[in-house]
Write a protein that binds this ligand. Structure first.
Ligand SMILES: [Zn+2]
Length: 253
C-alpha cells in the first residue's frame, strides 16, 4: 500500500486524479477462481500466442481513479457476481434457462464495462484487443449511466452457459477468458466474446447491424436474461482451443 500512485487522466471521469490498480476482471472473479483446488485452470487466458498464469488477476494502474473504480464500477461489478454465481435459474426449455438474479440491462452494463476496461488497458495481454471506435462510445455510454443521463439502449448480447456431463466441475466453473473479437457466422456481425465463472459465455455485439433473427427471437424475453445452454462443449472448437492453451501453460510452469 506504500506504492506512490501516479496522477493522470482517469479514462472514465476524464479528470486528473491519482490512479489506482484497477482490476480488469473484478475481484470477485479472482476470489471465485481461487476457491478451487490448486491444479485447476485458474488461469486468465488471453489472445496472444503465449498464455500466462495470472494467480492474482489482471490489473492496470493507468486507467481509473479510485472513485470510478470502486464507487461507480463497484456496484455493477457486484451485479455481475450476483448473475454469474446465482442459483436462481429457471428452466425455460431443454436448451434454455432464465437467470433472474439481476436485470439483463444491468448485467449488460457489467459486461460492457469489463470489455471496455480490457480495450483501454495497455497490459501486454490486452494489446491485441481493441473495440476501436466503440471505445469512446462505450465510455460515454457508461458515463451517461453513472451520471443519470438518458442512455441509448443499443448494445445487444447473447448469454450461453456450458453444459457437460463429461467435464469436471473445476473445469466447467473455475476459469475465465479475456475478451476476443470475432465475427458471427452466419452474417458476419462483429462481436466480442468472453467467459465468466460458472461457464457463462457472453457474445456482445459491436456492430450497427442487428443479430440474426434466430438470436433476436431467443433474446426477447423481457427484463431478465435468457441463457442458452451449450451442450457438448468439450467437442466444440472453442474448447479445443482453450484446452490447447491450458496445456501450453502447464508445460511452461
Ligand atoms: Zn475517475
Amino acid at each position: 500500500m506504500s506504492k506512490s500512485l501516479q496522477i493522470n487522466i482517469c479514462k472514465l471521469c476524464q479528470c486528473e486524479r491519482p490512479l489506482i490498480e484497477a482490476h480488469l476482471f473484478p475481484k470477485w472473479c479472482v476470489r471465485h477462481l481461487r476457491s478451487f483446488e490448486s491444479d485447476n485452470p485458474k488461469i486468465f487466458l488471453h489472445t496472444l500466442n503465449e498464455s500466462k498464469k495470472r494467480p492474482d488477476g489482471l490489473y492496470d494502474n493507468g486507467i481509473l481513479c479510485e472513485n470510478c473504480d470502486n464507487k461507480l464500477l463497484g456496484p455493477i461489478d457486484n451485479a455481475g457476481r450476483y448473475f454469474c454465481l446465482s442459483e436462481k435459474l429457471e428452466k425455460l426449455s431443454d436448451k434454455s434457462l432464465l437467470n433472474s438474479a439481476v436485470p439483463k440491462k444491468t448485467f449488460g452494463l457489467f459486461v460492457l464495462s469489463v470489455i471496455w476496461r480490457f480495450s483501454i488497458s495497455q497490459l501486454p495481454e490486452c494489446k491485441t484487443f481493441s473495440i476501436g471506435a466503440y471505445e469512446q462510445r462505450t465510455r460515454d455510454y457508461l458515463w451517461s449511466y453513472f451520471t443519470n443521463q438518458p442512455v441509448a439502449d443499443d448494445y445487444d448480447f447473447l448469454v450461453t452457459k456450458i453444459e457437460s456431463t463429461l467435464l469436471p466441475n473445476n473445469v466447467l466453473n473455475g476459469w475465465v477468458k479475456t475478451p476476443e473479437c470475432r465475427r458471427l457466422i452466419p452474417g458476419g456481425v462483429n462481436v466480442v466474446t468472453l467467459f465468466f465463472p460458472n461457464g457463462y459465455q457472453v457474445i456482445m455485439k459491436f456492430d450497427q447491424r442487428n443479430f440474426p433473427p434466430s438470436i433476436s427471437e431467443f433474446n426477447s424475453h423481457g427484463v431478465y436474461c435468457c441463457v442458452w445452454m451449450q451442450a457438448n462443449f468439450e467437442s466444440s472448437p472453442v474448447f479445443k482451443d482453450l484446452s490447447g492453451r491450458v496445456n501450453q501453460v502447464k508445460r511452461n510452469i
